[in-house]
Design a protein around this ligand. Structure first.
Ligand SMILES: *Cc1c(COP(=O)(O)O)cnc(C)c1O
Length: 399
């Protein structure tokens, strides 16, 4: 085992030794012990309100609005569906292009494809791992032109209909600067805030939650996220017109009426069931504590590993608050073959000890399904490919 792997694994075992040590330790695991989850879910079953109408759905949406400061929240069945719905609501249609970073979970690109649109990849920046404002500006100047208030790609002839910045591992992307560029061109923004519940921008004295600088933000409650509803997601926005559109489109575009079935659009059944919302409500009640524990875990890892010169931690800057969803190491080796050996050794040795560390996703433009998609230069994304390792980050590891 390399010295770096040994140091990192020793540190992980120190955190985890207090727990049942021989079990597999995944990246981020659900946890309900400090919540009323059982009681709330039982209430759904006892009353028969298990499906997508019910008080917990309303309570969950209200709770998300209150926590994030969003004027409106619309709960949906998962984050992928939420991205697709948000893109449709802001006008993305078949044949359009949507600008996205290549460093994300595949769902970001898939949501674009599900509408018959094409992802168009733009590079990321180092500090946040999110979409780079410099790369975005450069790419638009290279290939875009405006006609009748719409933006087109000169090379493909397609309309550029939206931009999806991603808050990678809970670290806020540079939305304030991305917004200036998007506004200049008139391109709407859907923020993929799937991983960013509890992450904020500080703009002068004010805190703005991730997802609320663009037109719509999408948060996921998949099993590995900060809080989970089993499967689920929520769309947040301050735009009342978009909010009612989202609600309408997520509930089969049914015109409200006590008994008539009238639908004014071909839409989806995307609403979150009451059972799942009950789970979400139970965790929202303890979210402030979760965030504190996550910060404590981050500090523990950082203090234990900071002396290692071969690594850095990816973490927010002074004008950002990150939820520390996944605690992320950056391997600094210059030489690529050494980098790849160290990366493999760390992942391999950790997995042998049931510590399920994970590398960065394969950059999306390198997946067979997206290797023909249009793109700018992606040199930063490609440079990160082998440098990023996520550590087990469940709050219950240190609780
Ligand atoms: C989890 C995640 C999604 C998708 O959310 P699901 O609820 O799993 O569909 C989208 N984008 C990113 C960046 C994610 O991490």
């Amino acid at each position: 085992m390399s010295e770096l792997s040994l140091n990192i694994i020793n540190c992980l075992e120190k955190v985890i030794r207090n727990k049942n040590s021989f079990e597999k330790v995944a990246l981020h695991e659900p946890y309900f012990e400090d919540t009323n989850a059982w009681r709330y879910v039982k209430e759904c079953i006892d009353t028969g309100w298990v499906s997508s109408a019910g008080e917990w759905v309303n309570k969950f949406e209200d709770g998300i609005s209150k926590f994030t400061g969003a004027s409106y929240a619309v709960a949906v069945t998962n984050g992928t569906v939420g991205l697709r719905l948000a893109l449709y609501a802001i006008g993305v249609r078949c044949g359009d292009e949507v600008l996205i970073p290549p460093l994300s979970f595949v769902a970001t690109a898939n949501a674009v494809s599900h509408l018959g649109a094409t992802p168009h990849f733009v590079d990321v920046e180092k500090d946040s791992l999110g979409l780079s404002p410099i790369a975005l500006e450069k790419r638009l100047e290279e290939i875009a032109y405006k006609k009748n208030g719409k933006v087109f790609n000169k090379v493909t002839g397609k309309r550029i209909a939206a931009l999806i910045p991603v808050h990678v591992f809970g670290n806020p992307a540079n939305l304030p600067e991305l917004l200036i560029i998007a506004n200049k061109w008139g391109i709407p923004i859907v923020e993929d805030a799937a991983e960013a519940l509890g992450s904020w921008f500080k703009v002068s004295e004010e805190k703005i939650h991730c997802g609320l600088i663009g037109d719509i933000g999408v948060i996921s409650f998949n099993g590995n996220k900060l809080i989970t509803t089993g499967g689920g997601g929520v769309l947040i926005t301050n735009n009342s017109e978009l909010a009612s559109k989202l609600k309408h489109l997520s509930s089969t575009a049914k015109i409200p009426h006590p008994w008539e079935f009238d639908h004014d659009e071909i839409a989806w059944n995307d609403r979150l069931p009451n059972l799942n919302a009950a789970l979400g409500c139970a965790q929202l009640e303890v979210i402030e504590n979760r965030l504190l524990v996550k910060k404590k875990l981050f500090d523990f890892y950082k203090n234990s590993l900071n002396h290692l010169t071969e690594i850095d931690f990816i973490s927010g800057t002074s004008c950002l608050v990150t939820n520390n969803w996944l605690i992320t190491l950056y391997l600094k080796f210059d030489e690529v073959s050494r980098l790849k050996t160290e990366r493999y050794d760390l992942l391999d040795q950790a997995h042998k000890r049931n510590l399920l560390l994970r590398p960065l996703w394969k950059p999306l433009h390198k997946l067979g399904i997206y290797n023909n998609a249009p793109r700018g230069s992606l040199c930063y994304a490609e440079n990160f490919e082998f440098r990023i390792i996520n550590l087990p980050s469940s709050p219950q590891l240190i609780n």
